[in-house]
Design a protein around this ligand. Structure first.
Ligand SMILES: CC(C)(COP(=O)(O)OP(=O)(O)OC[C@H]1O[C@@H](n2cnc3c(N)ncnc32)[C@H](O)[C@@H]1OP(=O)(O)O)[C@@H](O)C(=O)NCCC(=O)NCCS
Length: 165
């Protein structure tokens, strides 16, 4: 089973929206309430790509099984060496090393783009993602309590950071 990485193409958006909508409907990994449409997701990615940020997909036998991207952390100019990233793997493909390959690629791309630090904003209930990021050297630098409200409960955002060397 070979996991390959390539740049996102608009044809991938259908699978990507299905992955995202699964997590929107069933988890606190995303803080959205409403499911996304194909058009919405395509334009979100087009905007990132236009700004020079990467969107990548992982494939197994040409089948999209996960994706990742990063873009600006905050919009003021002095934040320009800081990015916030996301990684999503198809629910039935967890634990096969796909997320690792995607995140390692994003880290390598960020280094190539001479960025300084990467930030992950992770829901506190999502401890598998916290453990996943720790493996790459991300450290928890803050927890924003009760910053989200979904499924009739307050959610806390864990801020994890990696300084790129
Ligand atoms: C988090 C996520 C991206 C990890 O991807 P994955 O392909 O399942 O992870 P991998 O198989 O590459 O695992 C890499 C490491 O993460 C850790 N990890 C992954 N799942 C874990 C779990 N459920 N519990 C504890 N550690 C876990 C392990 O340390 C693992 O390393 P190991 O295989 O050497 O033990 C994936 O589970 C996912 O898409 N989750 C839902 C969406 C999400 O939460 N995205 C992140 C938002 S910030």
């Amino acid at each position: 089973m070979e996991i390959k990485i390539r740049p996102y193409q608009s044809i991938d958006a259908e699978t990507i929206v299905a992955i995202l909508n699964y997590y929107i409907a069933n988890s606190t990994a995303l803080y959205d309430y409403e499911l996304r449409t194909l058009e919405q997701q395509q334009s979100i990615f087009e905007e990132k790509l236009t700004k020079g940020f990467p969107v990548i997909v992982a494939t197994i036998d040409e089948r999209v099984v996960g994706f990742g991207y990063y873009s600006e952390f905050r919009f003021r100019e002095a934040y320009k060496f800081t990015v916030e990233h996301s990684v999503y793997v198809m629910p039935n493909e967890h634990g096969k090393g796909i997320g690792k390959v995607i995140l390692q690629n994003l880290i390598d791309l960020a280094k190539t783009q001479k960025l300084h630090t990467m930030i992950a904003v992770i829901d506190h209930e999502n401890q598998s993602s916290v453990a996943f990021h720790e493996q790459f050297g991300f450290a928890t630098v803050g927890i924003i309590k009760e910053s989200g409200f979904k499924f009739e409960r307050w959610l806390h955002s864990v801020i994890m950071q990696l300084i790129l060397k």
